[in-house]
Write a protein that binds this ligand. Sequence first.
Ligand code: ZN
Length: 188
Amino acid sequence: MNKVCTSCFEEKEIGLHYYNASRYMCIDCEREAARERMASVQNKAGNAFRTAQKSAAKYGAYDNLSYDDVLYLFKLAGGICSYTNQPSECLSLEHVIPLSEGGTNTIDNILVIDLEVNRQKRITNMMDFIEERYNPHSVLPLVKLLATRGNMPYEQLYDRIFEYQKAESEAQYRRLVEATERKKKVTA
Ligand SMILES: [Zn+2]
């Protein structure tokens, strides 16, 4: 029996040229599509890796992240944002504790999230952000995931994130007080 491939439009024998009768594309076209997907992931991983490396150098952050680590993280993500669990065309590396705040450029401090979500997140704390905007139940699995990668008890990682959140909240509070003080002086 023959079937017309939806990609190359050639009529080919199912038993010889298709993985099975239910596939739309012939084996040659499926392989080509897989190669293209792979090249695209490698390209994105390469860009994300170099961006993270530059940021780490800028902030003097501890850095042992390799290109293979990033490729592994992108493959693991499979096109899904870790915060929203939604498909994303443009994934980026998320440092859970930012490099500018003492976070490290290491696999246990990195999640793969949508670039737009990453931009929105800069205005608030990570945990609050996920709990408020997305699924509150995803916080603990994410912490466990990071702890597993870092080979540490997840309570320890939770403590580290909590300390960061606390410091960040205090900094936000101080900025608010200072802004209020400035406003008072102007109006006085
Ligand atoms: Zn084909």
